[in-house]
Design a protein around this ligand. Structure first.
Ligand code: SF4
Length: 277
């Protein structure tokens, strides 16, 4: 669930970290601390817009939660102090020198590793102790919410940001690169959204110059409407496009006017929609 953010640098003072990284996000208005549970770069999706470089080998699959906790706590402590005096963070505007969130958003689907529940609990405890008030977010494709070990761990997070990039089965398979059924994602979203509000993240793109047609957007908006009609709560939908060119050269961004039109379709379905990018 790689994030598209303004600025990312692992190389200087975070390069020894196995799991925790930091980016400065203008959208979040501050330092976004990322937790990558997928150093092995494995994902159950293969989105053509993914920005994870899978041409180089990934790291180990097993997650060492003790190391993760130590990295997170070290960065939370430094964010309250000296991190802003070091490159590249010393270039950050003063008003952005704050921790905006802690987000599970790495080089694959974060709920996949068996250690996900333990990692979620550890991050929650560290956040509660060192950065109360900073939201703990999970960026996920929702494909595993039906599993007890995943669903039980969701309570550790303040916010669930769930991917929904399509309204029809063929388009879902095309833009998310998976053979999993769209209905599984929809069922899982409903399962959780009946219990607590979720944020929907929807990335739209052009493949070889062709974006989603009006029928696809209507189908996507219809899925949102169905979720709400069945008792699901959607806090808002984030409509966005690719910010940088992904490895797949067929992928390009959609124009801003098209994103606005897509957001209007979501609003027409009764859901708050915000456009980014
Ligand atoms: S869900 Fe898609 S964008 Fe996110 S890591 Fe997997 S392949 Fe990449």
């Amino acid at each position: 669930m790689a994030r598209t953010l303004d600025f990312r640098d692992h190389r200087r003072d975070l390069d020894r970290n196995a799991y925790v990284y930091a980016v400065v996000s203008r959208r979040a208005r501050g330092l976004s601390i990322g937790v990558n549970l997928n150093p092995d770069k494995r994902c159950n999706f293969d989105c053509p817009y993914c920005q994870v470089d899978r041409t180089t080998p990934g790291g180990p699959s097993r997650v060492n939660v003790g190391v993760l906790r130590a990295e997170l706590e070290d960065l939370l402590l430094r964010a309250a102090g000296d991190v802003w005096t070091r490159p590249p963070f010393d270039t950050v505007a003063p008003e952005l020198r704050r921790v905006a969130d802690v987000a599970f958003a790495g080089d694959g689907e974060p709920t996949t590793p068996p250690e996900f529940p333990e990692a979620a609990a550890a991050a929650r405890a560290s956040r509660d102790r060192l950065a109360p008030g900073v939201p703990l977010r999970l960026l996920t494709n929702a494909t595993l919410f039906h599993k007890d070990r995943v669903r039980g761990a969701l309570a550790a997070f303040d916010e669930l940001w769930c991917k929904l990039d399509a309204g029809t089965e063929p388009y879902f398979h095309l833009v998310d690169g998976t053979r999993l059924p769209l209905q599984r994602v929809l069922d899982n979203l409903l399962l959780v959204a009946r219990e607590r509000p979720v944020v929907i993240q929807s990335l739209f793109l052009a493949l070889e110059g062709v974006g989603p047609d009006d029928d696809e957007i209507a189908a996507w908006a219809g899925r949102l409407r169905e979720l709400v009609a069945q008792g699901g709560r959607i806090d808002h939908v984030q409509v966005y496009t690719v910010a940088r060119r992904p490895a797949d050269a067929r992928v390009t961004a959609l124009p801003a006017e098209r994103l606005q039109a897509i957001a209007r379709a979501a609003r027409g379905a009764g859901v708050d929609a915000r456009v980014y990018g």
